[in-house]
Design a protein around this ligand. Structure first.
Ligand SMILES: CC(C)(COP(=O)(O)OP(=O)(O)OC[C@H]1O[C@@H](n2cnc3c(N)ncnc32)[C@H](O)[C@@H]1OP(=O)(O)O)[C@@H](O)C(=O)NCCC(=O)NCCS
Length: 270
C-alpha cells in the first residue's frame, strides 16, 4: 500500500463505520512504508492492512476487507502475508486490538487475548479538575520514557510524529515524582482521546482535562477495562461503552501495565 491507495483505505474504513481520517492512513504509511499492503481479488483492490515495527514488537492495524468479498479468504491471505513479512524482519511479538468481527480470524492464526478494552463513546461533559499543562518538546523525552516503562515497547517514533501533528493538544501532568501525558486527534465521527499514559496520581487529572476541553463534542476513548478508575471517570463524563475490543498477541506478550493506561492510542497502535 502506498499513498496512492489512500482512496481505497478511506472507502473501506467508511464502509466499516470507522473513525480514521486521511491523516491516520498517512501516519501509518509513513511509519511502515514497506509494511502496508493492499489485497487484490482478480486484479481489483479489496483489502488493506498496515504494520508498524517497534524493535522486536510489531502492531498490525487497519485490517479491512470489502464487505462484498468477505468470507472468501482475503483477510486470511492478507494476515498470512503480513506475518511472513514481519518474520523476515525478526519481529518476535505481533500485537493488535481486535474487533469482535476480527477476533475469530486472529485466533485461527495463533493470536491469543492479552486483556480486554472497551470503546467509550458519547457527547462528553466536563468533569471537575484543574487544567493540565501544555507539553513542550523539551518535556517529550521523559514522556517517551514513561510510555516505554508502561508499554514495555519504545513507541517514541510514533509519539513524536503524533505530537508534531498537534503540539497544542499534548498535555503533561506532574506531581512529586509522578508523571503522565495525554493527547488526542480528530476523527471522521468523533474526537479520539488518547493516548493517555500516567501514574495513578495524575491520570484522572489528565483525562478530566481532555474531557473539559472537548466538552459538548462527540468523543471516542479506548480504555483497558481493568483500569476501573478510568472507566468510572469516562462514565461520569457521560460516555457509554459502545463495543469491546481485545488486545491480542502472537508470540511472547510484553509486560504492559494496563493499570497506567488511561486511554489507548487506539486500535492502530495500542
Ligand atoms: C475481519 C475481516 C478482515 C475478515 O476478512 P475476510 O476476508 O472476510 O476473512 P476470511 O474470509 O479470510 O476468513 C478467515 C477465517 O476467519 C473466519 N472468519 C472470518 N470472519 C469471521 C466471523 N465474523 N466469525 C467467525 N469466523 C470468521 C473464516 O471462517 C475463516 O476461517 P477458515 O479459514 O477456517 O475458513 C472482515 O470481516 C472485515 O473487514 N471486517 C470489518 C473490519 C474489521 O472488523 N476488521 C478487523 C479489525 S481487528
Amino acid at each position: 500500500m502506498t499513498h496512492a491507495d489512500l482512496g481505497l483505505g478511506m472507502r473501506l474504513k467508511a464502509q466499516a463505520g470507522w473513525n480514521q481520517i486521511e491523516a491516520d492512513w498517512r501516519r501509518a504509511l509513513d511509519l511502515g512504508p514497506n509494511g502496508c499492503f493492499v489485497a487484490e481479488l482478480d486484479g481489483v483492490p479489496v483489502g488493506t492492512t498496515t504494520t508498524c515495527i517497534f524493535g522486536s514488537t510489531a502492531w498490525v492495524a487497519l485490517v479491512l476487507v470489502d464487505a462484498q468479498v468477505r468470507g472468501q479468504g482475503v483477510g486470511k491471505a492478507l494476515l498470512g502475508h503480513v506475518l511472513a513479512y514481519l518474520q523476515e524482519r525478526v519481529v518476535r511479538t505481533v500485537r493488535l486490538d481486535a474487533t469482535p468481527v476480527g477476533r475469530p480470524l486472529y485466533e485461527k492464526l495463533g493470536f491469543a487475548e492479552e486483556f480486554p478494552l472497551s470503546r467509550y463513546d458519547g457527547i462528553v461533559s466536563a468533569v471537575d479538575a484543574g487544567p493540565a499543562a501544555v507539553a513542550v518538546p523539551k518535556t517529550y523525552k521523559p514522556m517517551f520514557e514513561l510510555d516505554r516503562a508502561i508499554t514495555a515497547v519504545d513507541r517514541s517514533r510514533l509519539l513524536r510524529r503524533l505530537f508534531d501533528e498537534r503540539p497544542g493538544e499534548v498535555r503533561i501532568a506532574e506531581s512529586a515524582d509522578h508523571l503522565g501525558y495525554c493527547t488526542g486527534r480528530p476523527g471522521a465521527l468523533a474526537w479520539h482521546v488518547g493516548p493517555c499514559l500516567a501514574a495513578a496520581a495524575v491520570g484522572p487529572l489528565l483525562l478530566a482535562d481532555a474531557f473539559r476541553r472537548h466538552a459538548g463534542e462527540r468523543v471516542f476513548i479506548d480504555i483497558p477495562t481493568g483500569n476501573t478508575a478510568a472507566v468510572r471517570l469516562a462514565e461520569s463524563a457521560g460516555l457509554i461503552a459502545q463495543r469491546p475490543l481485545f488486545r491480542m498477541c502472537r508470540g511472547q506478550a510484553p509486560a504492559e501495565d494496563y493499570r497506567r493506561i488511561w486511554a489507548c492510542f487506539g486500535p492502530e497502535k495500542g
